[in-house]
Ligand binder design. Structure first.
Ligand code: NAP
Ligand code: HSE
Length: 433
């Protein structure tokens, strides 16, 4: 029987340093829960000269990954260095060497998750990745265990802390986009390359992970329709507010007999919906299950200690399994074939903001385009544009297919009186109209 568990930590940045803090500050609680000491015995970093504020001894740091992966005394590897190919190789080597792995890396899990989980099964090792989605929210375990008996039909979530932080600061404090992004970076929320956050890629990777678990199928990144923050145009946030909506960059995944549909894009959320009051770096995922009904998981989606809490939670689970000789006993094979819905099977309400020439009969001309495509309008508003001869028309539709939405936009673009489509959004979670 082991009397301690040795951990090799790959990365000592925002998340890695948080893991070391929690292991140090909560050692007594961990020992009480596990009956053994958990020790970080080696840490991989890039820059050995950097001064680090940590209780760990200087000699545990190395910049040679093989020193950790080839160390037989290390039982568990915690990968919090980020990146894709290097991290994948490190996880593979660890699993092949019989070491369990905990990772916070959604980039790797979204692309190589199924393959790595099979490798973990083959090598009778654990591979846990709770922190890869939703920072400190126990989402993965809830999907895998808590809701294991349910049939999930859809989930909608704010799964990127950086963009939610930026949108909140812009709306509530009138901060510029650039200042809000700089602040999110300073606080350690943003990715090493923040374009992954603002372009919706980080959220798309998380939706791949969540949708694969929710629907027990191998969702791929190419299945996700992705639109980033640059689709939000000046004035959209205020316009949304005037109609009783909040703009959020949200992920959505649904499944029915026609297949699955997964997206990440800026959406209009009704102010009364719980997701509209998720602010700053907080995340939330709103789930519909056949048995549970509606449920929402909420918490900090990024940041050092919240994310490290999920990582150390996984470490506790992996250590327990190690001590009980139960590691690698999960089955990860998907139950269902992957089938992606076509655009004529994806339904939603839409908001269209259109710049037109201010001429007699424009509204009738535009409305007739909607009716030709079988699209029904719930709200029509016209107001003066910035230039004297321009006007702006807002349409909010009833539910229609994404195909109808795209066909209407295409025809509007071809129409002489239309100067441009300023912006368009899916209207999420509002079945009132
Ligand atoms: P970070 O602050 O940039 O830290 C990365 C750490 O890994 C640094 O210590 C760096 O060394 C080390 N490192 C990176 N590449 C390396 C390499 N090739 N060789 C050796 N060391 C290397 O990153 P982070 O924010 O902690 O994120 C880590 C992972 O957690 C990422 O996968 C991220 O997506 C995920 N995650 C982050 C958050 C968050 O809120 N930040 C939340 C959930 C998940 P140096 O210190 O010497 O530079
Ligand atoms: N950059 C990510 C975010 C970190 O802002 O959500 C947490 O995964």
């Amino acid at each position: 029987m082991k009397n301690e568990i040795n951990v090799g930590l790959l990365g000592f940045g925002t998340v890695g340093s948080g893991v070391a803090k929690i292991i140090d500050n909560h050692q007594q609680d961990l020992q009480h829960k596990l009956g053994v000491e958990v020790k970080i015995t080696k840490v991989l970093v890039r820059d050995l000269t950097r001064k680090r504020d940590t209780p760990l001894q200087q000699d545990v740091f190395t910049n040679d990954i093989d020193e950790i992966l080839n160390d037989d005394s290390i039982d568990l590897i915690v990968e919090v260095m980020g990146g894709i190919e290097g991290a994948k190789e490190a996880i593979e080597s660890s699993l092949r060497a019989g070491k369990g792995v905990v990772t916070a890396n959604k980039d790797v899990m979204a692309v190589y998750g199924p393959e790595l989980l099979r490798l973990a099964d083959d090598n009778k090792c654990d591979l846990f990745y709770e922190a890869s989605v939703g920072g400190g929210i126990p989402l993965i375990r809830t999907m895998e265990d808590g809701l294991a008996s349910d049939r999930i039909s859809s989930l909608t979530g704010i799964v990127n802390g950086t963009t939610n932080f930026i949108l909140t600061k812009m709306k509530q404090e009138n901060m510029s986009y650039e200042d809000a992004l700089a602040k999110a970076t300073e606080l350690g929320f943003a990715e090493a390359d923040p374009s992954a956050d603002v372009d919706g890629i980080d959220a798309a990777r998380k939706m791949v992970i969540l949708a694969s678990l929710a629907f027990s199928t191998e969702v791929q990144l190419e299945d996700v329709l992705v639109r980033g923050m640059k689709e939000i145009k000046d004035g959209d946030v205020e316009l949304a507010e005037s109609f009783g909506y909040t703009v959020k960059l949200a992920g959505h995944a649904e499944k029915d007999e026609d297949g699955i549909a997964v997206s990440v894009e800026p959406v209009f959320i009704p102010d009364g919906h719980p997701l509209a009051s998720v602010h700053n770096e907080y995340n939330a995922v709103y789930i519909y299950g056949a048995a549970v009904g509606e449920t929402m998981l909420y918490g900090p989606g990024a940041g050092s200690l919240p994310t490290a809490t999920s990582v150390t939670g996984d470490m506790v689970a992996a250590c327990r399994n190690l001590l009980l000789g139960m590691n690698g006993k999960r089955s990860h094979s998907p139950q269902h074939e992957r089938k992606v819905k076509s655009d004529d099977k994806r339904f939603s309400r839409y908001f269209h903001r259109i710049l037109v020439k201010d001429e007699v009969g424009v509204l009738t001309q535009l409305s007739s385009i909607y009716s030709e495509h079988g699209a029904s309008l719930a709200t029509v508003i016209q107001h003066p544009g910035e230039e004297e001869r321009d006007a702006e028309v807002i349409f909010i539709t009833h539910r229609m297919s994404r195909k109808q939405h795209l066909d209407v936009l295409h025809e509007l673009e071809e129409t002489e009186v239309v100067s441009s489509i300023v912006s368009h959004y899916r209207v999420e979670g509002d079945e009132r109209l």
